[in-house]
Design a protein around this ligand. Structure first.
Ligand code: ZN
Length: 348
């Protein structure tokens, strides 16, 4: 049998072997065409060619959210959630993720209660842990389009039915015209209750939304954040404060103004160059037809990142996670040693 180091013959093998986390992944966006067909079949329906093609037909955030909505409509009972979760987490594990924090959109499934949804997701996460060893925590996310008052109701529901897997809350859907500021009270209460907090900002919203997400919502982690590059002072401040950014390379080519990953002014390239803590994620791998290994490969190839830089990004992810502190510190030591060995072998 070959030694582990000897089989690291190229970038894909190095990336596949890197221990990685996934912190920005939407359950509904992780549903791929095969799972979508399975979900419909559970309810006696057939996924027509047109329905499947519509899942992948989008050219901006609004059109993407319409496709996402079609997937949400196919997830109707607890068993659907269990199936979608298990299949999503299997693909995470195959894509090299060992620890996953999974968003889900509780408002987007008419007729199904939060409790039933959560039970299905928990069952899927249990099955994935047993089958492929992937550890999962959950981030119920509020649609900012629904406003702050419904956000408080959402938070109450999350806290009432809090399980050990619930790690925090998120805020997503159309950024404009839904700035972060009105959600300050919801986020204050979530932090006071000991939940982690993150929010989408700066994907197609302005740099001010990134600032307000950090300053007014108290987020030390921001999902996307790309438009921070329009405000050099804010970039410097976030770098000094150690704010984490969960970036998603393929997403930028569909929903942002940075469609070319190889462009010298691509936001992710500039965020890395500015020394921000960047974590690589897939966002909606089913709809974007990607996986975590591929997202690392895209960054490595288009932004010329060295194995050492990729290893640092993988470790950033673990640091930025909401894993329990003691366990995180043990894992950080173990992953650092593992990554150091992989980097040395890649450079040999
Ligand atoms: Zn997202």
């Amino acid at each position: 049998m070959e030694r582990k180091g000897a089989v690291l013959t190229g970038l894909p093998a190095f990336i596949a072997a890197l221990p990685k986390v996934e912190l920005h992944l939407h359950l509904e966006g992780a549903v791929d065409a095969a799972t979508f067909a399975r979900l419909l079949a559970r309810h006696g329906e057939r996924a027509s060619e047109d329905a499947v093609a519509a899942l992948f037909d989008f050219s901006d955030l609004g059109e993407f959210l319409a496709a996402y909505g079609r997937v949400c409509g196919a997830m109707r009972d607890a068993e659907d959630f269990e199936l979608a979760t298990l299949e999503a987490l299997r693909r995470c594990a195959a894509g090299g993720a060992r620890y996953v924090e999974l968003f889900f959109s509780s408002h987007a499934h008419a007729g199904l209660s939060y409790v039933d949804m959560l039970a299905g997701i928990e069952a899927g996460a249990d099955a994935a842990a047993a089958e492929c060893g992937v550890e999962t925590r959950l981030i119920p996310a509020h649609s900012r389009e629904l406003g702050p008052e419904r956000g408080l109701v959402f938070l109450e529901e999350v806290l009432t039915h809090r399980t050990a897997r619930i790690a925090g809350i998120g805020l997503d859907y159309q950024e404009r015209p839904h700035p972060p500021a009105p959600f300050a009270e919801m986020y204050r209460r979530a932090r006071a209750a000991g939940l982690g907090v993150t929010a989408h900002a700066g994907e197609d919203g302005p740099a001010d939304y990134v600032r307000d997400t950090v300053v007014l919502l108290g987020c030390r982690r921001v999902d996307h954040g790309y438009h921070i590059v329009d405000d050099p002072d804010l970039m410097a401040g976030c770098r000094d404060a150690g704010i984490d950014f969960t970036v998603c390379p393929t997403t930028t080519t569909h929903t942002t103004v940075w469609r070319d990953l190889a462009a010298p002014d691509h936001a992710i390239r500039r965020m890395i160059a500015a020394g921000l803590n960047v974590v690589v994620n897939t966002d909606d791998p089913g709809l974007f037809r990607t996986d975590l290994n591929r997202e690392y490969e895209l960054l490595a190839r288009h932004m010329s990142l060295s194995p050492q830089a990729l290893g640092q990004i993988a470790l950033n992810g673990l640091r930025a996670s909401w894993m329990a502190p003691e366990r995180k510190s043990r894992q950080l030591s173990a992953w650092s040693a593992e990554i150091e060995t992989l980097v040395a072998a890649a450079g040999a």
